[in-house]
Write a new protein. Structure first.
Ligand SMILES: [Zn+2]
Length: 278
């Protein structure tokens, strides 16, 4: 009997601890989640320009702020399909669930205040529906593209994985947006790759300012070779060029680092959750 009571107490303590940790955050934390990897759909033009590692990382991030939490991007394969030994779907491979990584630091989807996707593409939005209870931060043209008045003849690739966002509490953005009102977490409007693509500036006390790229860039070589835009044809290349210039100016002004989310070489060096940047 006593053993049983002790184990119940231990279970209570275990579930209570993360909740306490959530409330005690005094400065902004940035957690990096491993959402798998993605093979390039068209490696030849990349190899031609000297990109020898064409595989891409898939990342999601949790930003924990004293006033709430923001999940940035939502993976490439929905958690329900991820098996412990790994799941392969088309060009993607995933070994760990997003919800499992959140749970390991004491969060469940219902705890997440805000969801922001860098853009709607399937490799950033696979678990979108799981966060339909959060407030969705989306640029006006992106939402209009995702939920047009007249449904497109060919549905957007894997749109059923984020279709529940249509009824989410939604904050429609028309440009940059300071999420918590103190300049620490700012959505940067970077259209081009998609109509309402966005990037994220996170000002961290110890690490310094970091910009999460979304798909503004896929490979570091795109920053060095200005004419190298292997995936610009997916969207509006002229608009994308303007967005790149905007972010490059921001990086310079803030002395910020750019984290290219698909850069698998840089990704390997990032501390993954439960460790965090602050
Ligand atoms: Zn992508």
């Amino acid at each position: 009997m006593q053993m049983k009571r002790r184990s119940i107490f231990a279970a209570l303590l275990l579930t209570a601890l993360p909740a306490v940790a959530q409330q005690k955050v005094k400065s902004v934390r940035l957690y990096v989640f491993d959402c798998g990897r993605l093979k390039s759909g068209n490696p030849a033009p990349l190899l031609e320009r000297g990109v020898t590692t064409t595989d891409m990382s898939v990342e999601a991030f949790l930003i924990v702020h004293p006033r709430g939490t923001l999940l940035w991007d939502a993976g490439v394969i929905p958690d329900e399909l991820v098996k412990p030994e790994g799941t392969v779907e088309a060009r993607a491979t995933v070994h760990t669930t997003l919800k499992g990584q959140l749970a390991a630091i004491g969060y469940k989807p219902a705890d997440i205040t805000y969801l922001a996707l860098s853009h709607n593409h399937y490799d950033h939005s696979a678990n979108g529906n799981a966060f339909a209870g959060s407030t969705w931060l989306v640029q006006r043209p992106e939402r209009a593209f995702m939920f047009p008045d007249t449904p497109p003849a060919t549905p957007i690739n894997r749109s059923e994985r984020w279709s529940d966002l249509k009824n989410s509490k939604t904050m429609i953005l028309d440009g940059d947006y300071d999420v918590f009102g103190d300049g620490s977490v700012v959505i940067i409007s970077t259209p081009g790759h998609t109509p309402g693509h966005q990037s994220l500036l996170v000002n961290l006390k110890k690490t310094g300012p970091v910009v999460l790229s979304g798909d503004l860039y896929h490979y570091p070589a795109e920053r060095e070779l200005k004419d190298f835009t292997p995936l610009a044809n997916l969207g509006d290349p002229a608009q994308e060029a303007v967005s790149k210039a905007k972010v490059e100016a921001l990086l310079k002004e803030k002395h910020a680092k750019l984290w290219i989310q698909h850069d698998i070489i840089a990704d390997a060096k990032l501390r993954k959750s439960p460790a965090y940047y602050e």
